[in-house]
Ligand binder design. Structure first.
Ligand SMILES: [Zn+2]
Length: 281
């Protein structure tokens, strides 16, 4: 029973790097580098069990600050993950403001409440109906974020904030690795047998989550190591054997210069056979 509950809880989140923590005073992402924003974005997602690749949050410029706000994808996912059910026990018109009270309960029985408010003064017919529905949506979204401990704006609130400006992700986050480089890196990492180590080092779950800059650095590093390995093997097997295999991918093999036989291991035992030594050049 306990393990079942654990598997449904969001993954434990590693603490943010100090530099990011410090730059984040007041929840402003503007001082962060584009790479740090990628890390922060994933951190927030992970802290509540959301998949960052579904882009549950968007960026907003507000009073000179850069902040995250939750879109519909965030609240939809959260309701599913936490089994949140919502009721609207009270709706009323208060001096031209339509107020909706929303009550949320998650699968563990925790409860929370919040309000959605939309001005309806002088509205009639369809605009009035739309405004009331909007107040309900707002209330549901706000209470969902609130019960999950996410102190951020929802997109239904963003629309009504004067001066709030949505920002394209490409403009504020570092670009991710290209599919070509992800494949190249994948082959290198496989050849070196270091995928788990690599993912842990960059704190990602798949190579495709790396930023372009991190991936390029990793590729350079791995190519160097593979090159060095090849040099070392060449020295180890001596003149009678040729080291074959692409630095970028497949495992190295060894071809006998005299008889052309191929060995897959540089072990002295695997390489030993009794063909004639190579003719001196
Ligand atoms: Zn041979």
């Amino acid at each position: 029973m306990a393990t079942e509950q654990q598997s449904q809880a969001p993954a434990t989140t590693a603490p943010l790097p100090d530099a990011i923590e410090k730059a984040l005073v007041g929840g402003d992402l503007a001082p962060l580098s584009t790479e740090q924003r990628v890390i922060y974005y994933r951190h927030v997602c992970e802290s509540v069990g959301l998949n960052p690749f579904t882009r549950p949050f968007d960026y907003l410029r507000l009073n000179g600050k850069l902040v995250l706000y939750a879109n519909k994808g965030a609240t939809d996912q959260l309701r599913k993950i936490y089994g949140i059910s919502i009721t609207l026990p009270n709706q009323r018109d208060e001096d031209g403001i339509y107020l909706v009270q929303a009550r949320a309960k998650d699968k563990d029985g925790r409860e929370d409440e919040d309000l959605g408010a939309v001005p309806i003064l002088n509205l009639k017919g369809e605009p009035l109906a739309n405004a009331k529905m909007k107040a309900c949506t707002k209330a549901k979204r706000r209470v969902t974020l609130s019960i999950c401990g996410l102190g951020m704006l929802d997109e239904t609130e963003v629309e009504s904030i004067p001066g709030a400006q949505r920002v394209a992700v490409e403009d504020v986050e570092a670009p991710l690795v290209s599919p070509e480089d992800a494949v190249k890196l994948g082959r290198l990492v496989e050849a070196l047998g270091e995928l788990p180590k690599m993912l842990a080092f960059y704190k990602v779950k798949a190579l495709g989550e790396l930023t372009a800059a991190d991936a390029a650095q990793a590729i350079r590093m791995m190519l160097q190591r593979r090159g060095k390995m090849r040099e070392d093997l060449r020295k180890q097997v001596g003149k009678g054997w040729e080291v074959r295999g692409d630095v970028e991918a497949e495992p190295f093999t060894f071809k006998c210069v005299a008889c052309g036989c191929i060995s897959e291991s540089a072990d002295a035992g695997a390489l030993a056979h009794d063909c004639a030594p190579p003719e001196p050049a």
